[in-house]
Design a protein around this ligand. Structure first.
Ligand code: SF4
Length: 408
């Protein structure tokens, strides 16, 4: 089914997502295969959605009517052997309907064939390349395309005018020679790279087969469970190297002066949602260190990509999908309306300082207030919306004293 990309609001710029079957690329670390090995493509339902979305008023249909882009896919590779028979006809229909698509793929023969036979509008391609050694790749991604073929693919897509983002995701030091990776980036003409350290929880590791565990190796599995894994520092060093070479590089923990989100906004002709990373870039242009940041500034920046400002929609899952407090309402005392306007949704996220999407989760923003005798008092504007402070140097803590904020 095509569904709103609930968990990624403000984090990833694509409003909708579509996934298919268990992915036969069989990456040993694949969170989607490990979490839900029985997932199935729902071709009939997708065909129905694409046929009737203009007559319907559920959130997915309204976003489609608004021209929103679809991510194919966050949980499967549409061109993997297990998926291309379902995915390609759907993609062709979407192209005919003018729906912008962000392709997440490792390529392969079905992709090559599709690319040859289809007139693809300018799009965004996210290509994961997580190793520099083909022997390691064969071990941990046994069903996927070779590394060399993926770099070739990046090169010809860029040549043909598409936006390409390379996902070194997950990053594992033992799988990567930084110099080889950088050389490949330069040779392919890649301008955008996202790097994320590997992270797996104990349950995901328990769900691995013996062969997958062996492919990953004990050291990598042990490190993957740690909150601050040793890979974390390797990621930062590589991001810094790439930035020094003029490449847009990004890891979600650390914001920097290159805005990789532009690849999505440009590649999908603006049929995207703005992210907190985009808002950080707005602040870089319009704020000085320690300036206050107000809700109305945030909302004005975010709202152009939303639906009708005045109307309520079923938006609660943008919050409940990530935040257990709103699902365990008896224990937490938290609740959320099912229907609300996008402004109300933004207000909820802005004013919930403990929320997973709160802006002060980034080190570049802090709540303004004081903690005295274990009582937290936060500064708010005349409409009782929280005030945050911005600093490109970053804050050591999520709370900054009002005396240190430039209110003049
Ligand atoms: S290609 Fe993506 S979806 Fe497929 S197995 Fe690998 S990580 Fe999972």
């Amino acid at each position: 089914m095509i569904v709103p990309f609930f968990g990624e609001l403000f984090l990833y710029p694509i409003p909708l997502e579509l996934s298919h079957n268990y992915c036969s690329n069989k990456c040993a670390y694949c969170f989607a295969n490990l979490n839900n090995p029985n997932r199935k493509a729902e071709s009939g339902k997708v065909a129905n959605q694409l046929k009737k979305f203009n007559q319907k008023d559920d959130l997915t249909s309204l976003l489609l009517q608004n021209g929103a882009a679809i991510c194919i896919s966050n949980k499967t590779d549409p061109f993997a052997v297990s998926n291309y028979r379902f995915a390609i006809p759907e993609i062709r229909t979407m192209i005919e309907l003018g729906i912008p698509i962000a392709y997440h793929t490792r390529g392969g023969k079905p992709f090559d064939q599709f690319y040859k036979e289809t007139d693809i509008p300018k799009s965004l391609f996210y290509i994961s390349i997580c190793q520099t050694d083909e022997e390691i790749r064969k071990r941990v991604e046994p069903g996927a395309t070779s590394i060399a073929r993926r770099w070739e693919m990046a090169q010809f897509l860029i040549r043909d005018g598409h936006q390409v983002v390379i996902g070194l995701n997950p990053y594992v030091h033992e799988w990567n020679k930084a110099e080889t990776f950088i050389q490949n980036v330069i040779q392919a003409g890649v301008k955008n790279v996202i790097i994320q350290p590997i992270h797996l929880n104990s349950e995901q590791i328990r769900n691995m087969s013996a062969a997958e565990m062996e492919a990953m190796g004990t050291t990598v599995l042990e490190n993957a469970k740690k909150r601050e894994s040793p890979y974390y520092y390797g990621v930062q060093a590589l991001v810094d190297r790439l930035l020094s070479l003029g490449i847009n590089a990004y890891d979600t923990q650390h914001f920097n002066s290159s805005n990789i989100m532009e690849a999505w906004h440009t590649g999908l002709q603006g049929k995207t949602f703005k992210t907190i990373y985009d808002f950080y870039h707005w602040c870089l242009k319009h704020k000085k260190d320690n300036d206050p940041v107000y809700f109305e500034e945030f909302y004005e920046f975010m709202k152009p990509s939303f639906l009708d400002e005045e109307k309520p929609y079923t938006l609660y899952q943008y919050i409940t999908s990530l935040d257990r407090r709103y699902r365990k309402t008896q224990q937490s005392g938290m609740s959320i309306k099912h229907k609300m306007t996008f402004r109300e949704l933004c207000l909820n996220i802005w004013n919930d300082n403990e929320g997973a999407k709160n802006i002060s989760r980034s080190e570049k923003f802090a709540m303004v207030g004081e903690l005295e005798n274990k009582v937290l008092s936060l500064e708010a504007d005349e409409n009782e919306n929280l005030i945050y402070a911005f600093s490109n140097k970053g804050f050591d803590f999520r709370l900054v004293n009002p005396k240190n904020v430039n209110y003049d």
